[in-house]
Write a protein that binds this ligand. Sequence first.
Ligand code: PSV
Ligand code: MN
Length: 382
Amino acid sequence: MDVKTALAGQRIELPSWAFGNSGTRFKVFAQRGVPRTPHEKIADAATVHRFTGVAPTVALHIPWDRVADYAELTKHAADLGVGIGAINANVFQDDDYVLGSVCAPDPRVRRKAVDHLLECVDIMDATGSRDLKLWFADGTNYPGQDSIRERQDRLAEALAEVYRRLGDHQRILLEYKLFEPAFYTMDVPDWGTAFAHCLELGPRAQVVVDTGHHAPGTNIEFIVAVLLRAGRLGGFDLNSRFYADDDLMAGAADPFQLFRIVHEVVSAGALASDVALMLDQCHNVEPKIPGQIRSVMNVQEATAKALLVDSEALAAAQRAGDVLGANAVLMDAYNTDVRPLLAEVREEMGLHPDPMRAYAASGYGERIAAERVGGRQAGWGA
Ligand code: PSV
Ligand code: MN
C-alpha cells in the first residue's frame, strides 16, 4: 500500500481519561474547561479527531465513565463523528481491593471484581466495543504476604470466567506492568506472564503493551516482534516515560523508540490490522486537547518514518550480513523530516495541514472554559 494511503487510514484511539484532571500522588492540578461528564469527554475526543482525522474512537474507563444509558452515549459519540473503543475495567479504586481484586485472598472480593469485569462486557455489548482492556493493580508488597502461585490460579480462574462471557467478535486485552502500585510482586508483571495467561485462555485473549510499563532500558520492540510473530499482540497503550510509568505524551521522551516499535508493526504487515494503537496518557501540566493532538501527530510521524523504511534494501543488507548498511537504511528513514508529507496527507484528507494551529485558531478551548462552569470536573482528585 502506498505510504500516503496508509497514513490517511491509520487509526489511533484516544483515552477518555486524558481529558479529565490528573496529576501525581502529590497534587492534581485542575484546568479550566475540563469535562464534567463522559459526554463532554467524548466531545473533546471528537475535537481531536476533527483536527487530526485519524482518531475516530475513544476508550472508556469504568466506573469513571459510567452512565445510565450506554446506547445513548454511543449515539452521542456517533453524532460527533466518533465511536466507542476499548472498555477499560477498573478494579483498583475500591477499598475492598486493598489486597488485590481478582487475585485477592478473600473470595467475596474476587467475586465482586469478576462481576465488575462482566459488567464491562455488558457495556461492550451496548456500545459495540470489541476490546475489554484489563489491567490489574494486584500484587503484594512483602515477601510471604500471599502465595504467588495461588494468586496466579485465582487470576486464571477469573480470566477464564470473563473469557467465556465474551461474544465472538470480542477480545480480552491483558496488560502487564512491572511495578506500581505493588512493589514486591505484581500478579501480571511482564509480557511473559500475560502471554502465558492468554495462551491458556484462547485466541481472543491478547497481550497489550503499555510502553510505560517496563524496566528502564527494556527492548520493547523485541517484545512487540515476538508477540506479533505469535499472533498475540492485541495492541498498545502508548505514552512515554523518562523514569517509570510517567504517562507523558507518546513520542515525547524517546521518539526513536516509538519509531523502532512502529517499524516492527509495519514490517510485520500489522499496521492496518487488529493491533490497536491506543493512547494511555495524562496531561498534568499541559492543556489536554492539544496534548492529545500533539501525541497523535507524534505517532503519525513515527509511522510515516517506519513506512519510509526501504524494506527491500533492508532485507538485502540483512541477508548480506551488511551490518552498517542495514542500520543505515533504518536511520535514513528515521532521519527523514516527514512533516511536509503528513501536511500533504492532511490536506488531501480535507484537513488543515497543522492540527495544532487549527485547533488553537478554532476557539474551542476558550469556549469550553467559558461554558463548563459549575458541576464537578472529571478526574482523580481535583
Ligand atoms: C495502569 O498504569 C494503566 O496503564 C492502565 O492501563 C490503566 O487502565 C490506566 O493506566 C489508568 O490510567
Ligand atoms: Mn495502560
